[in-house]
Design a protein around this ligand. Structure first.
Ligand code: BES
Ligand code: MN
Ligand code: ZN
Length: 538
């Protein structure tokens, strides 16, 4: 049944909307830093600076040169991640001063602010300090504009404090929550800009956290049905149109590739479609965000080995990212029409599961030989891409934890980008530079096409061991029908195996902020001329 804005009867049991015990508050205050009444005042220092200037210099001065002395003694070097806590013993209003190292000045950028901001709040939380004031990192000597700095501080703090604790009946670390961060800036106009940046940063970070929660949530909770419920919450909050198609409807639409995967599980599959009409007068000014939503990937009949299989609860990260990006887009309101399509199902080896050798027919009529049932992502995406094309979308970005080969190729530092449109590829990479989410392009040479040639169908779903990420993308390319298209393989980047900067262990929320940034950037540029000619343009 097609659902349109139905009031939700189910009460969500899982976390996906309630990220933290107490939501962090971040605000800006126009005041003189040394006069601020706070348990801790955060200042900073570039590496190798002998005599601090700016705000740090001012604090040093009123504290009788203690920071300069610590530098002299070699205790403060200003290295990235360095934290030095100084008790002020009543000399100034703040009870403590925390000097955060920024690393070398020539490597300083907005990403350093996100990272430092995350490390600072985590450090304070460990110390049992629940509120603090900070200068706007980088807005002085660092050369960032105040808006950028405010946004990065908010993003870093929210994302860095993130914990997925819904199933822990007692908090093992027994820490106090960090509750409030005040960014202090004397100049009223600059303070206002910082405030606007903070507001945007809270929006982007809290939306990324929606994706993190969905990805961290175990598969017995985060089912396709639950994904659809969260999408409905986003749609209701943001005033989007939403449709959720069930198995019967998808079969009727001819989604044989998607349904082949879905037939192995008893869990109902969902095709979730969200629509934001940011430029209703210009339907050609559009962007389709297509997400892989495999809520658990056992591999199907081509069953995965048990070691590490639990990580496959995160195989819906593409779908989660797309839903979360829509939450940002709904608030930022770029002048562009954005449609999100999420193909959600489990990949299970049930009694009626598809078999290796099966041939399925996608919505556009093309046939695929299923060599390996574990190459299921490309199958569900094939139909999702067809659906978006049928709905008139001419610019497509799909997001998927598509291949293990991606983790081998690029590791966890950057997302692999492939596609058929150089301009859209570059725009995606550029959007990533703004958000600090890294992307790297892989080639799609025609020579690779042989890898997915089949004797019995138009193509096969596995190209074997060579160039695994590229052959997967080449299959997707068969379903974009001339549209400009970018494929993001987030198999490596959707999760982190350790705490690092604003990332914590588990889901990262990549590439939520970049997807929203791309929508904003494309909106500024206006409608593309023609989908067909653009697809070939180089
Ligand atoms: N979801 C996996 C890819 C994956 C692996 C994501 C590791 C994150 C971490 C995907 O569905 C898959 O199983 N791909 C196969 C394809 C192969 C059978 C052609 C793979 O990469 O091994
Ligand atoms: Mn798989
Ligand atoms: Zn998968």
């Amino acid at each position: 049944m097609t659902t349109t804005q139905k009031p939700k009867a189910t009460k969500p049991k899982s976390s996906a909307k309630a990220p933290q015990a107490k939501a962090l508050i971040i605000k800006v205050e126009s005041a003189d830093i040394v006069g601020i009444d706070t348990p801790a005042l955060v200042v900073n220092l570039f590496r190798g600076v002998k005599k601090p200037g700016g705000a740090t210099g001012a604090v040093d001065k009123v504290l009788g040169g203690v920071i300069t002395q610590l530098i002299k003694d070699g205790e403060i070097k200003g290295g990235a991640g360095e934290m030095t806590l100084i008790h002020t013993l009543g000399k100034i209003k703040p009870n403590r001063v925390l000097v955060a190292g920024l690393g070398p000045q020539d490597k300083f950028d907005v990403q350093v602010v996100r990272r430092v901001s995350a490390e600072v709040v985590r450090f304070l939380r460990r110390k049992g300090i629940s509120n603090a004031a900070t200068i706007a990192h980088g807005a002085g000597i660092g050369g960032l504009d105040p808006h950028e700095s405010g946004q990065a501080i908010a993003e870093g703090a929210h994302l860095g404090l993130y914990k997925f604790g819904v199933y822990l009946t007692k908090d093992t670390e027994a820490t106090t929550e960090f509750e409030k961060l005040t960014v202090v800036e004397l100049d009223k106009a600059r303070a206002k800009e910082i405030g606007a940046g903070i507001k945007l940063g809270c929006t982007t970070a809290l939306s990324s956290i929606i994706a993190r929660n969905m990805v961290n949530e175990p598969a017995n909770h985060m089912t396709p049905t639950r994904m659809a419920e969260i999408a409905k919450q986003v749609a209701t909050e943001q005033g989007f149109k939403i449709q959720v198609f069930d198995n019967a409807e998808m079969k009727k639409m001819g989604m044989g590739a998607f349904m082949g995967v879905a037939q192995g599980t008893d869990e109902p599959a969902k095709l979730i479609v969200l629509r934001y009409d940011g430029d209703p007068a210009n339907p050609e000014n559009n962007l389709g965000l297509i997400g892989k939503g495999i809520t658990f990937d056992t591999g199907g009949i081509s069953l995965k080995p048990p070691g590490g299989m639990e990580a496959m609860k995160g195989d819906m990260a593409g779908g989660a990212s797309v839903i979360a990006a829509m939450q940002i887009i709904g608030q930022v309101k770029p002048k562009i029409n954005v449609m999100a399509v999420i193909a959600a199902t489990e990949n299970m080896p049930g009694a009626s599961a598809q078999r290796p050798g099966d041939v399925v027919r996608a919505m556009n009529g093309k046939t695929i030989e299923v060599i390996n049932t574990d190459a299921e992502g490309r199958l569900v995406l094939a139909d999702a891409l067809c659906y978006a094309r049928e709905q008139g979308i001419t610019r497509l970005v799909d997001v998927a934890t598509l291949t293990g080969a991606m983790v081998t190729t690029l590791g966890k530092a950057c997302t692999g980008v492939m596609g058929n449109d150089d301009k859209l590829i570059q725009q995606t990479i550029e959007a990533g530079k703004k958000t600090g989410e890294k992307f790297w392009e892989l080639p799609m040479f025609d020579e690779y096409k042989d890898l997915i040639k089949s004797d019995v169908a138009d193509m096969k779903n596995s190209g074997g061991r060579q160039a695994g990420s590229i052959s997967a993308a080449l299959l997707l390319a068969e379903f974009v029908d001339g549209a400009a298209w970018v494929h993001l393989d987030i198999a490596g980047t959707s999760t982190s195996d350790r705490v690092s900067g604003y990332l914590v262990k588990g889901a990262t929320g990549v590439p939520v902020r970049t997807l929203a940034q791309l929508a904003v950037d494309l909106a500024k540029e206006g409608a593309p001329k023609k989908a067909k000619s653009k697809a070939k343009a180089k």
